[in-house]
Design a protein around this ligand. Structure first.
Ligand code: SAM
Length: 268
């Protein structure tokens, strides 16, 4: 579990400004900050946006790096494009979390995607990311995008078999996101997927948090039966070695679904 109480932002070393995130009790990640652009306690979390020498602008929630201008593209491409390329004909997408808009932007690149529902609990995240990260929050005006500022945990209760792809692009498993990592939530997700539906979630890091990733995998595997992990290198996330979990409602995303794909590359 990440203890975000002892994260120091704006730690002054002489005249310099540094941000430090405790990746574990014994490992810290520190980078130099030009200036703080935004800082507020929202209804749900502490939200800071800082401009940095190395990573451009950085969004922090409860003191943890969420997106940086320099490496956000890696995460957002990896959470979107594999699922679009496994699914035979994806049209309806649900994204839970993702208030920075990067995952929305990636799905909006496909003209065969007809509907993108974004469920972000914290309206402030959407508002400030549109202001400070316009190149990430660039697809919010797309007519296919519907924004719901509510809790993803309850949002899915009144849906049934509605989506081809569901993405959990949430913060870490504590605070408002804790309920997005439970068996009950994954069971509800299964119910709102269409028959060929695919589920993808950001799944933390096996390097520092193997128990978190293993527990997530076991819960999802017990429900879907075909879960699998894939990973990528995201320099500003703990260890850089970051995981995603994906599963299909029926069959195996790659073995069964992808082979039915007419145009494997999709049309971007
Ligand atoms: N890429 C980041 C990562 O991997 O940690 C996630 C980015 S995105 C900013 C995470 C979003 O999840 C936050 O804006 C947060 O407000 C939202 N969130 C957390 N719990 C939620 C919930 N229960 N329902 C909807 N959104 C939630």
């Amino acid at each position: 579990m990440i203890d975000y109480d002892n994260i120091s932002i704006d730690k002054r070393l002489g005249h310099e400004l540094w941000y430090t995130e405790n990746w574990t009790d014994n490992v810290r990640f520190t980078f130099r900050v030009k200036k703080t652009l935004f800082s507020a306690r929202t209804k749900y979390q502490q939200m800071d946006i800082v401009d940095t020498f190395e990573f451009g602008k950085v969004l922090l929630l409860d003191g943890l790096v969420m997106v940086t201008e320099k490496d956000e593209w890696i995460y957002h491409e990896m959470i979107c494009h594999p699922a679009v390329n496994y699914h035979p004909h994806p049209e309806k997408v649900l994204i839970i979390g993702g208030g920075d808009g990067g995952t929305v932007r990636e799905f909006a690149k496909y003209d065969f995607i007809k509907k993108i529902d974004l469920v972000e609990i914290d309206a402030q995240v959407i508002e400030q990311c549109q202001k400070f990260f316009p190149q990430i929050a660039s697809a919010y005006a797309d007519p296919r995008v519907n924004i719901f500022t509510e809790d993803g945990i309850t949002f899915i209760h009144h849906k049934h078999c509605e989506y081809d792809i569901v993405v959990i692009d949430s913060t870490d498993p504590f605070g408002p996101a804790e309920g997005l990592f439970t068996t009950q939530f994954y069971e509800h997700l299964n119910a709102i997927l269409e028959d060929n539906g695919i589920f993808v979630a950001q799944a933390e890091s096996m390097y520092f948090f193997p128990d978190v990733v293993t527990k997530m995998y076991q819960k999802i595997q017990a429900i879907f039966g075909n879960a699998f992990l894939y990973n990528s290198f995201i320099p500003t996330y703990p260890s850089g070695f970051w995981h995603f979990i994906t599963a299909a409602k029926n069959g195996h995303p790659i073995a069964d679904l992808a082979k039915n794909k007419k145009d494997p590359a999709g049309s971007i």
